[in-house]
Design a protein around this ligand. Structure first.
Ligand SMILES: [Zn+2]
Length: 391
């Protein structure tokens, strides 16, 4: 992956990041909020300084090799440089992942604010990115009427035009111009052209959707042409249809983005409710689900987690074994797995769980819409759908 700075953020990138492990080096992760209230936008110097100071102090207590320590110390310098370069790029925050020993860095400019934090671990800490992707699906929006069409990409609250199509459709017959058979003939002629236009748009949608990493397809425009386009979509594209938005073909990009946001909120509420229904059924009926921190950790250790469900940004401190990586929600002094006597505190246990689950190929869902969130909180705020039944 080398060194990269990119304004685009896709699910595939986050999955690749989560799997990156530059043995024997560690990865330093920085999420930094940019203060837009300062003219020109500037990372709050105090925030970064505080994070760096804490990180340096934390290094003393960690059991690192000389190589690892040198790499992390270099990372902190690189992050200072990245934070300095960030405001000019116009984002609201930055996510940076650095492993200097492996000559590797990835930087993402984020269009939404984040809670500033700095973390050092064996892999990049992607939870904040994963949650944001979950909140803001990447849509391909296809707006079409009888003669024109626009393809718009919407991602993280921003819309950008991808393509415009205009078909040569004869104008509608004006009143009093044609009569009887002649009018019906011309009507058919126009419908042929509209049909070809819709085919062209469906083909353009198929191409555009295949090229990029979209999460869903959204249609907009007059009801009649939207219905025709829906029928004309390729079978491969149909399952990706996320919904329709009430915007005209000529709508400004801001309006397209806002309509997609509304659609995403509604879609999330439906999806969250469905996930909690599945979890409850898996726990109570089929035995392929668990809820609560201890049971979820147990399932994760056995590689059984297919999907992880977390209520909002729920987290709590826990313990980890520095020797074997065992995670615990309890208060053991000795590691239950390898017996070594030095369990260490971790401030964000759930984040560790999410990162590990992602590494095993599990998907994490942050349940933030009501009433789904309250339903999950009532069951311990975390749960998992399992790949197999635990005996
Ligand atoms: Zn251990």
């Amino acid at each position: 992956m080398g060194k990269q700075r990119t304004p685009v953020l896709t699910r595939r990138q986050v999955e690749d990041l989560a799997r990156f492990r530059p043995i024997p080096y560690l990865v330093t992760t920085l999420y930094l909020d940019i203060d837009r209230t300062v003219p020109g936008g500037r990372a709050r110097p105090g925030a970064l300084k505080g994070l760096l100071r804490e990180a340096r102090a934390g290094l003393e207590a960690r059991n690192l090799t000389r190589k690892q320590r040198q790499s992390v110390e270099a990372d902190l310098g690189v992050l200072e440089r990245i934070a300095r370069d960030t405001p000019a790029r116009g984002g609201k925050a930055v996510a940076a992942f650095v492993a200097s020993g492996a000559d590797w860095e990835q930087v993402f400019d984020l269009p939404w604010p984040v809670k500033s934090r700095l973390l050092i671990g064996e892999t990049p800490s992607v939870r904040v990115l994963a949650a944001a992707l979950d909140e803001h699906p990447r849509y391909l929006v296809v707006l079409t009427d009888r003669a024109r069409a626009r393809l718009v990409g919407v991602h993280l609250g921003r819309a950008h035009q991808l393509r415009e199509l205009a078909s040569d459709v004869p104008g509608q017959v004006s009143e009093g111009g044609y009569r009887g058979n002649a009018e019906r003939g011309i009507g058919r002629h126009i419908e042929d052209h509209v049909g070809k236009h819709i085919q062209k748009v469906a083909e353009a949608a198929r191409e555009a959707f295949g090229e990029r990493d979209f999460d869903g397809l959204v249609l907009g425009g007059p009801a009649e042409t939207v219905a025709a386009l829906r029928d004309g979509l390729s079978p491969a594209l149909r399952p990706h249809l996320a919904g329709e938005v009430p915007v005209e073909v000529t709508a400004p990009l801001d309006q397209v983005a806002a309509a997609c946001e509304t659609l995403a909120v509604a879609g999330r509420a439906t999806r969250d409710a469905g996930l909690i229904d599945r979890l409850v059924e898996a726990v109570e009926a089929t035995g392929t689900g668990v809820t609560g921190l201890a049971a979820t950790l147990g399932a994760l250790r056995r590689g059984a987690v297919a999907s992880l469900l977390v209520a909002g940004d729920y987290d709590q401190p826990g313990l980890t074994c520095p020797e074997c990586g065992f995670l615990s929600a309890g208060d053991e002094k000795d590691c239950p797995a390898c017996g070594c006597g030095g369990m260490r505190p971790v401030p964000y246990l759930v984040r560790e769980i999410v990162d590990r689950a992602t590494e095993t190929g599990a998907q994490t869902w942050h349940i933030s819409s009501e009433p789904a969130r309250r339903r999950l909180e009532a069951r311990g705020a975390i749960g998992a759908l399992l790949r197999f039944r635990l005996i």
